[in-house]
Design a protein around this ligand. Sequence first.
Ligand code: HEM
Length: 187
Amino acid sequence: MVARPLAPPGQTPPPQRTYLPQQASPPRQVSAPQPVRRPGPEVIQAVQRSCRAVEDRPVRLAEVFYDHLFQMAPATRSMFSEDMTGQMQKMTDTLLAAIAQISAQDTAGLEVVLHRMGREHYERYHVEPEHYMYVAHALTRAVRDVADWEYTSYLSSCWIAVIQWISEHMIAGTRAAMAAPVIPGPR
Ligand code: HEM
């Protein structure tokens, strides 16, 4: 399984926001984000080693992940399509690509992509900051279930650190969207 790089900022045109309401809603009050430290190289290496262990069954990881997510937060099931096949692949690819890029010296481009994804998750799917906590828990449980290496509390904390960092940047995009919704222009 090869992690495809996420598109750097500026190279992908913004999607048509046809899913946005025609009337902009008033800005909502949102609290300031909590800073999360970028995971260090040893944390990334541990997570990447564990990714290699599921290389031949990445979609299995996604299946178990969504099982845990829907058990923990049943209300999130209706946010997704009935057929999850494509979504499972997209989620896995994006996650692995992001993990591969966190180890880069400069993560500014990745941070912009994640910020945009957070905004889009809010605008398209109504994903709110609280939802990200479920994703972190569901993912660490899925890694524990699927992996055939010895699962340790250290590895668990490495995954949590990585997911928290990714989530923080997506949540920053979510909060920006909540505070200042995009008003669609003439089409
Ligand atoms: C680590 C954080 C996350 C990553 C990497 C991620 C990744 C993705 C990706 C790549 C897509 C496909 C987007 C597209 O087709 O354009 C997607 C769609 C989606 N995501 Fe996420 N996501 C994350 C967090 C969340 C959270 C917290 C929720 C809420 C429970 C969520 C709910 C959804 C929904 C509802 C869709 C649309 C699915 C559909 O079309 O059936 N995501 N996500």
